[in-house]
Each structure stands twice: as C-alpha cells, then as structure tokens.
Design a protein around this ligand. Structure first.
Ligand SMILES: [Zn+2]
Length: 99
C-alpha cells in the first residue's frame, strides 16, 4: 500500500476517475450542470460524501464538479447543496406518497 493516500496514483489515475465519472454522469458539473466539454476542462473530482466522513475513492462516492461548486460544497453533505434539477429523482425519507 502506498503512503500517498491523498492523491492515489497522481494525475493519471485522477484523469481516469474523471473520465469514468463523465461516462456515468455526463461531462458536466454534478451540482450546477455546467458543461466541461470532451476534455473535461476545469472538472474537479468531488467527494459526494465528504472525505472526512467516508475515506474512499470508490466511484460511487465521487462526482465531477466545477471549481466554484466544489469549493462551495466543501465538507457539507450532498442533500444540503443538491442542484434543483436533480431533486425530483430523490425521494426524501417518509415522502413515498408520490410513488
Ligand atoms: Zn458547478
């Protein structure tokens, strides 16, 4: 195991993670839907579940975010900063009457 846990694999690995996230979610910011384009210009990897709570680089815990959104979200949980257009897909606990 490498000691360098903060940036596993460096920029090459990070680039692969970004491409995998773009394939899954589209090449846009998960929060504001800003388009990164095919080269993922300005895309950062954001820990949907704050890294301080769940120390993992599993794709399931990661999303693409633009720099301003990543900074704005910081260590807050995703439901605190969810973009409105994503909200219809999320049913809050106890709100299953709509189903
Ligand atoms: Zn954004």
């Amino acid at each position: 195991m490498s000691k360098n846990r903060n940036t596993p694999g460096g920029s090459q690995r990070r680039k692969r993670i970004k491409r995998a996230l773009a394939r899954r979610d589209g090449a846009c910011c998960w929060y504001c839907a800003g388009d990164f384009g095919p080269e993922l210009e300005g895309a950062t990897v954001d820990h949907l579940i704050p890294h301080t709570l769940l120390r993992t680089w599993m794709l399931a815990a990661l999303v693409l975010a633009c720099e301003p959104c990543n900074r704005a979200k910081a260590d807050r949980l995703p439901q605190e900063v969810l973009r409105p257009r994503f909200a219809p897909g999320l049913v809050p606990v106890g709100a299953d009457a709509a189903a």
